[in-house]
Design a protein around this ligand. Structure first.
Ligand SMILES: *Cc1c(COP(=O)(O)O)cnc(C)c1O
Length: 442
């Protein structure tokens, strides 16, 4: 949608809302529809080609409005999470379908999804151990629980451990910044020998620092064998898995109990929209379900009939699946794939430019839209270069440490970015590097 159409559609939406408010007394307060009404009214998969805005808006009136906020809000979310799960080719077990045990839920952020997974895993292990040894106190179990992630995991994982009141240990990553079986196994054996109870592992696909990938095919089987909950954090990289050429990065997801990524990061859906799937919804519901009388509606949880309040921390929730529905239909799967591919192509163009200048080095494998690079030389030199870049305010870079190296990160992320922007940014960086190296010499 170009800005001309956006202006027109935006103004039409104001009319749509005003008409609704003017006519509100003629509408029914409580919907006639039965739970499960919505799924038969919309396709089972996202469209490959774009739909028109008119078509989508007509469907809002025809399909959503008769279902009011409830059950339409819940049911569209379940169906959209199935659409998205199919786009990623997630194993069937993660989908809700009509009667599935799994399913997806929109959380506010990847941090929240990790916390929810950790709390569910905690409850599960406590109940399992108490069932095996009646009389065992929850506190006695809790103080022995230990969770793991790689030393490259996002800080939100450590925070989930803090909030959840369990130990979290960082597993040293390998030369490509990936968590591997041997390092995890070593930590496990040591901790078990000390009487600790390993219960939860977070694997990261697409780390924040350098977009590295933990080795799921190695880590997954260990988690299954040791009865540890495996959560996958693919906050950024997850969007790319809708492209067949990147789907292999998700191989091993079949070992996971929960999987999460942020369509609001790289799939054109506005903040906030963090997509989380679980294989066994009863694991979440079991951890968070309380049913006071004022919240009783009298139906069972399975497939489409879902009570998302048991899948999350808050009670109330917004109608966040509407924006997924609009984006998937406005772009079509092909349009979203093209968007991802363009960003990855531009990242590789930038990588090629960096390689052409012998003063610079690329510091990690470029897989998606992130290029880690630096001037060959000291950390101080690169800190000075970053300072010049960010002080000039033409582009903005966020650095990271890879082991002992201070590294600059060039991230392709704007919706409208073109090669000309990348080229201009690189010329700017080169010029500032030249200025810096000259000043150093003088
Ligand atoms: C961005 C990011 C997060 C944090 O995402 P929020 O949705 O802001 O909580 C977590 N993990 C990874 C790997 C990320 O890239």
């Amino acid at each position: 949608m170009n800005s001309g159409e956006f202006r027109r559609r935006g103004k039409e939406m104001v009319d749509f809302v005003a008409d609704y408010l003017e006519g509100i007394e003629r509408r029914q307060v409580y919907p006639d529809v039965e739970p499960g009404y919505l799924r038969p009214l919309i396709p089972t998969t996202a469209p490959e080609e774009p739909d028109t805005f008119e078509d989508i808006l007509n469907d809002v009136e025809k399909i959503i409005m008769p279902g009011a906020a409830s059950p339409a809000c819940t049911e569209l979310e379940t169906v959209m999470m199935d659409w998205l799960g199919k786009m990623l080719k997630l194993p069937e077990a993660f989908l809700a379908g009509q009667v599935g045990e799994g399913g997806g839920v929109i959380q506010g952020s990847a941090s929240e999804a990790t916390l929810v997974a950790l709390l569910a895993a905690r409850t599960k292990v406590v109940r399992r151990l108490q069932a095996a040894s009646p009389g065992l106190m929850q506190g006695a179990i809790m103080e022995k629980l230990v969770a793991y992630s790689s030393d490259q995991a996002h800080s939100s994982v450590e925070r989930a451990g803090l909030i959840g009141g369990v130990k979290l240990k960082a597993i040293p990553s390998d030369g490509k910044f990936a968590m591997r079986a041997s390092a995890l196994q070593e930590a496990l054996e040591r901790d078990k020998a000390e009487g600790l109870i390993p219960f939860f592992v977070v694997a990261t696909l697409g780390t924040t620092s350098c977009c590295s990938f933990d080795n799921l095919l190695e880590v997954g089987p260990i988690c299954n064998k040791e009865d540890m909950w495996l959560h996958i954090d693919a906050a950024y990289a997850g969007s790319s898995f809708i492209c067949p050429e990147f789907r292999h990065l998700l191989n091993g997801v079949e070992f996971a109990d929960s999987f999460n990524f942020n369509p609001h990061k790289w799939m054109l859906v506005n903040f906030d929209c963090s997509a989380m799937w679980v294989k066994k919804r009863t694991d979440l519901i079991g951890a968070f379900k309380l049913d006071p009388l004022y919240l009783k509606h009298g139906h069972q949880d399975s497939g489409l009939i879902t009570d998302y309040r048991h899948w999350q921390l808050p009670l109330g929730r917004r109608f966040r699946s509407l924006k997924m529905w609009f984006v998937f239909r406005m772009y079509g799967v092909k349009g979203l794939q093209a968007y991802i591919r363009k960003h990855v192509r531009l990242a590789h163009e930038f990588e090629r430019l960096v390689h052409q200048d012998p003063r610079f080095e690329v510091c990690a494998e470029v897989t998606l839209g992130l290029v880690c690079f630096r001037l060959k030389g000291s950390n101080k030199l690169n800190e000075d270069l970053l300072e010049r870049i960010n002080r000039a305010k033409k582009i903005h870079l966020v650095p990271c440490h890879l082991r002992d190296k201070f590294v600059l990160r060039f991230a392709i992320c704007a919706r409208t970015v073109e090669f000309a922007h990348v080229q201009r940014a690189w010329e700017h960086i080169r010029q500032l590097a030249t200025d810096l190296l000259r000043a150093e010499k003088d």
